[in-house]
Design a protein around this ligand. Structure first.
Ligand code: ZN
Length: 212
């Protein structure tokens, strides 16, 4: 699974959903006391298992970062999403172009998702968080709340972060990636259709799934 983190980061880069040093990911095995996190600032296209930082996770929530290691600036967000996990969990943060564009245009991601079976059958899309600066505890906290983290449970698979990106969660890095891919695909379709946020809102209010 550690190899998958590097593979997912490379795929995100190839898709144009992160620039070279953007994005981050974490992995926690079932009930493990270790949290694996991508390094900060490192070129994400050359991440391999030996570059991933191994952080100790104590019962009382203290993180032990190895001396000299530079984990992702979004470590707090990863910690908040991972701390209660009872099964293997992977968290991926990226900047998928069409999702960020759709939010910027004023579309509501859960509303969009409710109209496309391609996504609602497999991916639970939570409410987007506001435009909060990157690498702040506030962004991590708002993201964990939006995902509906409640102990070991999680209400949604992915949430948007306005003017920024998304954070997605799955049992492994590729599962988290797939949620991003599905959401980006329906946002791309929506933007290509030329529909306005108001029109989507109206159809949603009428309970219409298929446009006339
Ligand atoms: Zn970011």
């Amino acid at each position: 699974m550690l190899t998958a983190i590097g593979d997912v980061m490379r795929r995100l880069y190839e898709r144009g959903w992160i620039t070279t040093r953007d994005g981050n990911a974490s992995l926690r095995r079932r009930r493990s006391k270790l949290l694996y996190v991508t390094p900060s600032g490192w070129r994400k296209t050359i991440i391999h298992p030996e570059h991933i930082i191994k952080i100790g996770l104590s019962e009382d929530g203290v993180l032990s970062v190895p001396q000299g290691a530079q984990p992702s600036g979004e470590l707090h967000m990863h910690y908040l999403i991972q701390r209660g996990a009872m099964r293997a969990r992977s968290v991926v943060h990226a900047h998928p172009t069409h999702v960020v564009a759709a939010m910027y245009r004023g579309f509501d991601l859960p509303q969009i998702a409710s109209q496309f079976p391609e996504i609602f059958r497999y991916t639970r899309v939570g409410p987007a968080v506001g435009a909060i600066p990157a690498i702040t505890e506030a962004l991590g906290e708002a993201t964990a709340v939006a995902l509906g983290i409640d102990g070991a449970d999680i209400a949604f698979d992915i949430v948007g972060q306005h003017n920024h990106g998304v954070t997605s969660v799955g049992p492994d890095p590729w599962a988290a990636y797939e949620h991003i891919e599905r959401l980006d695909h329906v946002c791309e379709i929506l933007l290509a259709s030329g529909v306005t946020p108001e029109e989507v809102e109206r159809r949603h209010a009428l309970g219409e799934m298929t446009p006339r």
